[in-house]
Design a protein around this ligand. Structure first.
Ligand code: NAD
Length: 523
């Protein structure tokens, strides 16, 4: 299982921090992608019958495999993506290990049959329960920025729900994708339950065309739209985890020292290549200067370099294309009169794809780079006067993935949070909630559709079936045929009494109901 099927072309994976080749991998052809989905479908017929206990045992074994190989995995993630080795452990390995144990231990509770209250219908001897069925083959198409934790977490959730999985990793991080396949193989998962196909966008498109039963996509808005359109003919349902332009609002009563440290981490971890990076900071006017000074000081202390050095905080950008976007956006800020407080250029002391962490003040929402996703180590700072203005500025975006609000007044924090149009909003915290597997992850507006993680994420991976039972099936139902004026009188009673949900009102309907049933029994 989990092998790349046959060679027809190859991808050269390169370490963006050093330019060294990580390795070469074959491209899976469209026919081979179809075959992978078909094999996944065949494997599904048995996998769906496994017990939650068996799935849990295997997932926990896969977790042991990850734990035992933690350093090797983190080095591979660092080599293919350019992120610091320590960050690969903190932001990918650790959170996904937590997610794995939580899903393994709790899937049965969340997906076991559930009795549903059906109000007055239960007085008629009826009962309802919901049974959750797996979907079949789940196609996972992730981005390169969290190449391990995102597809592995989604895979484990899909498997615990009883599905099989085909993953098409990003072309920038194919070896991390293959490593995921290897982990399931070592853990002893049955053949073809997890398969990896490798390639670029065309291979992802072939996976969509192969009509899996669900697609979990993480990437850009443009590709998300293409996938939605390509999935339409087969009516394949799609979860889209897309871009962000996440705002951080800092009120004058916030702990400024903490907010400054949070802004630095939130904007610059993974070289700013997180969907939930702080991409816009709104500081209340009275503290904007002081906050900016603190942020600049903290930024100056950060060491940039290749991911393997343990004291490196800022790694490389993952691709030259991404670095070019950052350069364009910083130039746009410069041209529009914003001030580059620190950074603002490639790091010429390093050979790889390094851009210096950059803090910009005097930004305003009408600047292009305050609207488009930058996905790089930039922190533009704008100011606001009032709570209402802060909310309006934060919501002035096509995106709505995450946001954060900083204040010592928790009531105000929660009040503001609920008015921000974003899938996750933190008060006095930033960015990290993708790491809390128990909570739903997903965006408002163009940041996505559907959810991963949490109970809501698990529900995306099953189809609920309603089982309804009539335990006293002796009499015909009053709403059955043939209709009559007596029937219509009863239906009026249903509308005015039974549909009120009140037992007292409904009891007044009983004589009419009995009359109608007697009428039907005579027919
Ligand atoms: P991308 O859209 O270029 O590629 C994502 C994946 O889609 C890759 O595996 C790629 O090979 C594949 N792909 C490309 N064209 C395809 C097609 N036509 N059909 C099927 N698959 C296709 O995105 P990227 O540059 O890899 O990722 C960066 C984006 O991902 C950013 O916008 C970032 O915000 C977003 N992102 C979002 C989340 C989230 O949870 N919302 C998490 C991480 C990244």
């Amino acid at each position: 299982m989990s092998a790349v099927i046959q060679m027809s072309d190859e991808i050269v994976s390169v370490n963006p921090a050093t330019g060294e080749e990580v390795g070469r991998v074959s491209i899976t052809s469209p026919d081979e992608v179809c075959e992978a989905v078909q094999r996944g479908r065949d494997a599904f017929s048995k996998w769906k019958l496994t017990s939650f206990d068996d799935r849990k045992r295997l997932v926990m074994r896969a977790r042991d495999v990850v734990l035992a190989a933690m350093d090797d995995i983190a080095h591979l993630i660092s080599a293919e993506s350019g992120k610091p080795f320590g960050e690969a452990i903190a932001m990918e390995v650790a959170p996904v290990l937590d997610l794995m144990q939580w899903v393994a231990k709790n899937a049965e509770k969340m997906l076991g049959p559930k009795r549903v209250g059906i109000g007055l219908y239960s007085l008629l001897g009826r009962s309802s329960k919901i049974v959750y069925h797996p979907l079949g083959v789940v196609g996972i198409i992730p981005a390169w920025n969290y190449p391990f934790s995102i597809p592995l977490g989604e895979t484990v959730m899909a498997l615990m729900a009883g599905n099989t999985v085909v993953i098409k990793p990003s072309e920038l991080t194919p070896f991390v994708g293959l490593k995921i396949g290897e982990i399931f193989e070592k853990a002893g998962f049955p053949r073809d339950v997890v398969k990896i196909v490798t390639g670029r966008g065309e291979t992802g498109a072939a996976l969509v065309d192969a009509a899996p039963d669900k697609i979990m996509f993480t990437g850009s808005v443009a590709t998300g739209k293409r996938i939605l359109a390509a999935a339409a003919p087969n009516m394949t349902s799609v979860v889209l985890e897309l871009g962000g332009k996440d705002p951080m609002i800092v009120f004058e009563d916030a702990n400024l020292e903490l907010a400054a440290s949070a802004a630095v981490w939130g904007a610059f971890c993974n070289a700013g290549q997180s969907c939930s990076s702080v991409e816009r900071l709104y500081a209340q006017e009275s503290i904007a200067k002081e906050l900016t000074r603190k942020i600049v000081e903290k930024t100056r202390e950060l060491k940039q370099g290749a991911g393997d050095d343990e004291d490196v905080s800022i790694g490389a950008m993952s691709s030259a294309r991404q670095l070019k976007i950052v350069e364009d956006h910083v130039n746009d800020f410069r041209d529009r009169g914003a001030i580059i407080e620190i950074g603002g250029r490639r790091n010429e002391n390093l050979d790889g794809l390094f851009y210096e962490p950059t803090v910009i003040s005097g930004a305003t929402n009408d600047m292009r780079a305050m609207q488009e996703e930058t996905f790089g180590p930039t922190l533009p700072i704008a100011t606001f006067k009032t709570e209402e203005e802060a909310i309006a500025l934060a919501n002035d975006s096509e995106f709505g993935l995450t946001a954060s609000v900083w204040t010592r007044n928790y009531e105000k924090g929660k009040r503001v949070a609920e008015q921000i149009q974003a899938g996750s909003v933190c008060v006095n915290e930033v960015l990290y909630t993708h790491g809390i597997g128990q909570t739903p992850w997903g965006g408002f507006k163009n940041s996505g559709r559907g959810r991963t993680h949490g109970r809501e994420g698990l529900m995306e991976l099953v189809q609920p079936q309603h089982i309804h039972v009539n335990r006293i099936a002796l009499l015909p139902n009053a709403w059955w045929m043939p209709y009559s004026s007596n029937a219509v009188k009863t239906f009026r009673g249903f509308a005015s009494k039974f549909a009120s949900g009140s037992l007292i009102k409904t009891s007044a309907l009983l004589p009419q109901l009995w009359k109608r049933i007697t009428e039907l029994r005579k027919k």
